[in-house]
Ligand binder design. Sequence first.
Ligand code: AMP
Ligand code: GLY
Length: 417
Amino acid sequence: MKILLIGSGGREHALAWGLARSQKLSKLYVAPGNAGTNQLGENIPIGTENLSDLVQFARREQIDLTVVGPEAPIVAGIRDLFEREHLRIVAPTQKASFLEGSKVQAKAFMSRHGIPTARHASFESFEDAKRFARTMPPPIVIKADGLAAGKGVAIAQTHAEAEQILSEFMIAQKFGAASQRVVIEEFLVGKEFSLFVASDGVSWKFLGTAQDYKKLLDGDRGPNTGGMGSISPVPWLTERMLDETIQKIVEPTFAALAKENLSYEGILYFGLIWTERGPFVLEYNVRFGDPETQVLVPRFDFDLVELYRALAERRLKDFETKLAPRSAVCVVLASGGYPEHYEKGFFIEGLEKLTDPNVLVFHAGTALKDNKVITAGGRVLNVVGLGASIAEARQRAYTAIGQLSFPKMHYRRDIAA
Ligand code: AMP
Ligand code: GLY
């Protein structure tokens, strides 16, 4: 099979690694990819926003199957575009992508179907939003409706702060049209985790749980980031809690999709919080997570190409998505200064010294210069340790990190601690 993978981060390197393990893969293209994906396939310089060039490429190269990493091309309708050209692709339709593309619509969907989520109200008018926020006890959660690269959620500790955030979102339009509408919701207290499912529109299969570390600094301090680490499975989530989550959230979500005649085909990410009243949905994403994929794929005890084929051919019902009984811990090595201003272009030392077969290094923001790997983004490398336990996996990841360096490298020391 000739596969085209769309995206360029650590998630895509992990997916490329999974795909490349399959005997069924004959050729892998990654658009645009990074220095890591280039070792497993061929990078193609087409951006993820350039849908028509991606279609053209898939047609010209007679790609058998296209796999999509990030949300933006999905919400922009890549699935529909490929389908119109009779090109096989695994991704939800634009119609189904509201689950991530519009927080207003996703919340309305959950409310219509009684799926547990924070109580909320949606607003198009700044004045109405302001008035409503005043009636809420802080902390108050404010979410931009549309895609905002993971930055569209703000938590206000006071009414004054809420007003200021609403003004930034709705009047100054911090995220453009994406923040013209907002959701205001109650703050839920609990432990966050995520759950991943594959669906072919007829049936769905569980792909595992993970937890990510969003804050920049140890002890969950500092600003939010795209993710500084992740672990899988979620160690505190018992079998009974997982069953309850599937019964209260996952099954009702797919029943609701069916009821609304929405055929969901692709990966569905449930962003969840375990509260004293059980599991609640914080958000849906219409794709794998980053950096959660980096700890999920190494645990897959099945052929990833075959999974995507089963999804494309609607044969998921007979496909077994087994997970290996091993744990994975991912630590993100970031550029100093990230998520604000940072420098790039530094050589990365030590990659060739890593020999532990239980350590995987996925590239997130790298490039090649004179055939050497240099930093090219805020999040640079994802170091993944594998082991029989989270503790063992953690030990391996941090031992490997001891061999790696680049100027101003920053990482958290407390992932999976
Ligand atoms: P989201 O993009 O909707 O997952 O929100 C990003 C982050 O904001 C989540 O991972 C939570 O840490 C936090 N968050 C979102 N909604 C709530 C809520 N209702 N209560 C508490 N924290 C929330
Ligand atoms: N790790 C969060 C996300 O992928 O959205």
